[in-house]
Ligand binder design. Sequence first.
Ligand code: SAM
Length: 267
Amino acid sequence: MKNNIKAKKRFGQNFLKDSSVLTRIIQSMPHNNNHIVEIGPGLGDLTQNLVKYKDTTAYEVDTDLISILKSKFAIELQSERFKLIHTDVLEAWDKNGSLYDGKYDLIANLPYYIATNIILRAFEDVNCENIIVMIQKEVALKFSATAGDKEYSSLGVITELISKESEILFDVPPESFDPPPKVMSSILYVSKDTNVALDKDFNKFLKVCFSQPRKKLSKNLSSIVNKEFLSNIYNELNLKETLRPHEVSASLYSQLYTKVINGKQRS
Ligand code: SAM
């Protein structure tokens, strides 16, 4: 293991050792004046590259790594180019609502066990404008999928609605890490549309829509909406009764949600 540190599975520790991947991540950074937030700086290899370009705030949960990072970045910490926060990042979001008090871009090699959750929280965080994260390839495909794709789910719908642009930038094989993860990884890029704020309950609505992916959407929705009301909505939106969840575009899901919510509020 790098630096004689034994990687902890429970914290999803797979340290990036391939410097060409680090370079490509840095080259993908948006050209703006935003602050950088990194989640899980680990041994600081990505961090070292980030602080060269911009002021950076990093959140790390592992006490053993905090002491390594403090000595590695002593100068940057003192000059306040770098701020290191020792906490579980999800708790920080619960407590403060945002990871930084100003516009920021999230750039990180995420711990895979909470990667989906982290990205959804970053979508909700109004100060976060761009996201460049390494995650499991299978999960990246879900975030970047659109209607008709095999991987299309609530994650693809939310990403399409919340973003100006989203794509998988490149894949990273297990050998680029120490220890190597069991799966292929990808870098996901999302540039958020800062004019869009999704309703808090929209995600719950989508979970219902995709609850049985192979069944008809109307069947899934029948658990929260009565049949007659749903049939009226389908008529208004000109939808076929036989539609399956993966055939409905993100904007149609948004319209469906508005009609369901408005109808519920009236009844
Ligand atoms: N950035 C480093 C790199 O690229 O080599 C390490 C990436 S490693 C995949 C994930 C990092 O996230 C680890 O440093 C781990 O300790 C940290 N981590 C795991 N769970 C966390 C949490 N809940 N909050 C903050 N950091 C976390």
